[in-house]
Design a protein around this ligand. Sequence first.
Ligand code: SF4
Length: 184
Amino acid sequence: MTTTASNKVRLATAWFGGCAGCHMSLLDLDERLIDVVGLVDIVYSPVADIKVFPEGVDVTLVEGACCNDENVHLAHEVRERSKIVIAFGDCAVTGNVPSMRNRLDRDQMIASVYSEGPGKPPPTPVLGRFLPTLIPKVLPLHQVIPVDIFLPGCPPDPERIWAAIVALLKGEPVLLPEEMRSFG
Ligand code: SF4
C-alpha cells in the first residue's frame, strides 16, 4: 500500500445515512487505536472535522447508506480519490435500517413528517434549499459506486474491524473468517 512522505497510510472515514454506531465501534478498538494512529494519517473523518474530502486517500471506510444527494455526491468523490473503498457496516452494505423508508413514497413521507404531523413545519424554502434532498430510494453503497471490500455487522465489532485493518496494513487481502461475515 502506498504511504505518504511520513510513511503512513492515508485513511479516511465517511458518515452517510447511519447512526454513527459503526464509527463508535471503530473507537472501541480502545488501546489499539494508539497503534493505528502510529501507522495512519486520518485525512478525513467526522471525528476529525475536516471539511473537504482530500485527494490521494489510500483507504476509506464508508458508514451508512446513500440517502440523499449529498451522500451520492460525496460517494463519487470518495471513489475518485480513494484507492480502496470499504462498505463499513450493514447500512453501507445492504441499506439496512435507513432503507426501511423504501416501502414509503418519499414525498408523502416528507409531507407526513413536516407538514401533517405534530409540531411547526419548517418554511417551505428550507426543504431542498438548506437541507439535502432525499433520493427516491435509499441505496447501499455498491449501487452508487464500485466497492472493494464489504465489512458487515450492525455495527461491525471491533475484532472484525481490527482484522480488516491489520490485513490492509500488511498489504494482504481482507479475508475475514466465517464468524466475522455475519450481518446484524
Ligand atoms: Fe448504525 Fe448499524 Fe447502520 Fe452501523 S450498520 S450505522 S451501527 S444501524
